[in-house]
Design a protein around this ligand. Structure first.
Ligand code: AMP
Length: 427
């Protein structure tokens, strides 16, 4: 019998990668909390009905991508394909609407969608989700987008990403635009891809979102939704842009950005990369006024986004050193080992991640080991160093070495915050 493997589209996150995950998660928490967002932890499964109502019966997610099952009591349950519906369910269930508005929440965790797996696309993947509920002011939209940019900036990724923003108007005025769009697309139907031909009937807005090359010339000439905004939606859109400008945020106005889910109104935005092939969206979100009410809650508006964590981790790349210990401590002999053992312990106590060798191998072998561990420094103590209570601090990359007092090792190894979060180095 062959050994059992992980399910298709689902992957293990191995120790070599976990350092990057921890850094991404810590950065998300720090940035979101600086803006007043608080964490909420939600169940991984909900009643199927929640997603059918909250995401929309006609969406690809609900029609084709959900992991739905009956439990032993016959209830239909679904592994969550996204987090917004669950956040709103909790908002309503726990009466969050009486709290000062906007109520700002974030959550981190796995999502489940049955899609064809490919590079950067999985059936279990992770998101950082942020939602601000109960406020329509366009400054909130701008501030939320700025926070998303800050997250990527803190990871040193901002220069490799592009922010796209759009307004898709109000639910009330959208039918007029859809009529214009259909008028334009219907005569060209035969030249659209099969999927777009189907979308034409179900959800024509999604044609704008199509990535198939043959559809691009048609989509490029489509009427812009920005020309069909109501006076109110237009004022909101202008104000969001003024907010972004005031914050010095660079963005591209992309009238094709309609997003995959039914519930968006007004502001939509996405963060894109050119580095991950077809799976080019790293984060996306928008305003969803009306959705809370659709879930039988109060008439509170909302706006939110989701970051695809796998894609962020992929962008950080394998050269990232945060998974590695800061140093390998290399004693040359018993006496040096005994001197280094308590030093290793006190470094760890102070949050400096180190490994300690045992003094039995030749220096050359230990340096090879340090290289394989991908540590930044080797701290070497032989008899001569021991005599002066010193060590040789070797930078593994530059191979530069210098003598340092053992009482100063902590100062040398303690990482700055920029190092820990990778602010300085993009890769
Ligand atoms: P969505 O909820 O579809 O707006 O997705 C938000 C973000 O989650 C996207 O921009 C992607 O970065 C990420 N994402 C969505 N689906 C997947 C998937 N199947 N595998 C990996 N990341 C995904």
């Amino acid at each position: 019998m062959a050994p059992i493997k992980a399910v298709r589209g689902v992957r293990d996150i191995l120790p070599a990668e976990v350092g990057r995950w921890q850094r991404v998660e810590a950065t998300a928490r720090r940035v979101f909390e600086a803006y007043g967002y608080r964490e909420i932890r939600l169940p991984l499964f909900e009643r199927t009905e929640l997603f059918a109502r909250g995401i929309g019966d006609e969406t690809d997610i609900v029609k084709k991508e959900m992991y739905t099952f009956e439990d032993r009591s016959g209830d239909s349950l679904t592994l969550r394909p996204e987090a917004t519906a669950s956040v709103l369910r909790a908002y309503i269930e726990h009466g969050f609407h009486v709290q000062p508005k906007p109520v700002r929440l974030y959550t981190l965790g796995p999502m489940f969608r049955y899609k064809r797996p490919q590079a950067g696309r999985y059936r279990q993947f992770h998101q950082a989700n942020v939602e601000a509920l109960g406020e329509t002011h366009p400054a909130l939209d701008a501030e939320m987008i700025a926070m998303l940019v800050d997250f990527f900036r803190a990871l040193g990724l901002a220069d490799r990403l592009e922010l796209h923003v759009n307004s898709i108007g109000d639910a009330g005025t959208r039918p007029a635009y859809l009529a214009r769009l259909l008028e334009y697309l219907t005569p060209l139907k035969d030249r659209l891809c099969d999927e777009c031909q189907a979308r034409l009937a179900r959800n024509p807005l999604r044609v704008l979102d199509c990535k198939t090359p043959s559809c691009q010339p048609i989509i490029e000439k489509a009427p812009s939704i920005l020309d069909s905004l109501s006076a109110e939606a237009s004022a909101h859109w202008d104000s969001v842009r003024r907010g972004l400008d005031a914050l010095g945020i660079e963005y591209v106005v992309d009238h094709r950005l309609v997003r995959g889910l039914d519930y968006y109104v007004r502001t939509t935005f996405e963060v894109l990369t050119r580095e991950l092939g077809a799976q080019n969206a790293v984060a996306g979100g928008g305003r969803y006024d009306g959705l809370i009410q659709r879930l039988e809650g109060p008439p509170d508006p909302g706006i939110g986004f989701a970051i695809g964590m796998e894609r962020v981790v992929l962008l950080l790349g394998e050269h990232d050193r945060s998974a590695a210990p800061a140093a390998l401590l290399i004693p040359l002999g018993e006496a040096a080992l005994r001197r280094l053992m308590p030093i290793a312990r006190s470094l760890r106590e102070r949050g400096v991640n180190v490994e300690l060798a045992y003094g039995e191998r030749k220096l050359q072998r230990e340096l090879e080991h340090a290289n394989r561990l991908n540590v930044r420094y080797a701290v070497i103590v032989g008899d001569t160093e021991l005599e002066h209570d010193q060590c040789v601090l070797r930078d593994m990359k530059t191979r530069e070495q210098r003598s340092v007092g053992l009482d100063r090792v902590l100062l040398e190894l303690a990482p700055s915050r920029a190092d820990r979060e990778g602010g300085a180095s993009p890769g």
